[in-house]
Unconditional design. Structure first.
Length: 98
């Protein structure tokens, strides 16, 4: 199994409604991309997050499934039309679950 974790910082002034739409669209990817085994996302509540406000965690069966997910049209639509216009910072890690 492979875990894909993304942390997001939003541009100042981004509305809560816009962020909520992004989270809803990310959650919807599980129904659109068969390679996704599990997906969760939500708002950070920790004071240790160095300004990152939301997180996405996606689980795949293997690295090939992750590689299929990245360019998938449904994923790219969310990234390009919703996330990139409001993104101030991002951190992403991928690792294999032992």
């Amino acid at each position: 199994m492979v875990e894909h974790i993304v942390l997001f910082k939003w541009k100042e002034g981004t509305s809560p409604g816009t962020i909520s739409l992004v989270m809803d669209k990310l959650k919807g990817l599980k129904e659109q991309i068969p390679e996704i085994e599990d997906l969760s996302c939500g708002e950070n509540f920790s004071d240790r997050a160095q300004g990152f406000e939301h997180a996405l965690v996606v689980r795949f069966r293997d690295r090939d499934a992750l590689e299929t997910y990245q360019p998938h049209p449904a994923h790219q639509e969310v990234v390009q039309t919703l996330i990139q216009p409001i993104l101030a910072g991002i951190l992403s890690v991928d690792y294999e679950i032992q």
